[in-house]
Design a binder for this molecule. Sequence first.
Ligand code: SF4
Ligand code: SF4
Ligand code: FES
Length: 213
Amino acid sequence: MSEVTIIIDGKEVQAQKGQRLLQVALKAGADIPNLCYLPGVEPPQNGCRLCWVEVEGLKKPVTSCTQVIEEGMVVHTRTPAVDRLVRSGFEMLMSVHRLDCKVCPGNRRCALQDIAKSRKIPLKPKRLNKIEPDLPIDESRPDLGFNPNHCVLCGHCVYVCNNEVKKKILDFSQRGLATVISTFDGRPLADQECDGCTRCAEVCPVGAIYLRQ
Ligand code: SF4
Ligand code: SF4
Ligand code: FES
């Protein structure tokens, strides 16, 4: 791969041709909201729709996790159009999220809280009706718990369980607005051949899959 130079918010950044813009920008210190990107996973899931940027010469903002860098690219991470898209995407996400931070295992280490703080967007959406999910919590195991009401469907747990640990216990289930993360057969975690590696809890950016102490 050959080296290219791009400009991110006025700063020159060197990277390898063909890399995804989000990975390069985050490494260079840019603050771009993202939930579903895992470095090295190709193609990117492109599910959270939060990592918007503007690239000079392109008519519309693009998701930076899918955008491949090219020599001379000039990128802006904060424009009115980008901020609008990030805010709308975040509000949509939070409109179907059970917001009970005080009792959530993710409290104070949660990517949603970080995004809300850095973009000055309230965690509780103001413009959309809120539907608080009330799905059953799985605390069948002593070491791991799963609360689907906090899940943002980033897919990180599914990826590591299937591709790194190769246990194939977790997957996306159902479709559209009903999509949830579940075990393959729908039975609780305690009934699975899970050896408690806890990689899923490590990669969960919120408080959905968590360690039980
Ligand atoms: S996942 Fe994050 S935003 Fe949601 S309740 Fe837990 S700490 Fe709060
Ligand atoms: S449980 Fe966590 S890691 Fe898995 S999809 Fe939901 S938010 Fe992502
Ligand atoms: S990080 Fe780009 S769409 Fe989620």
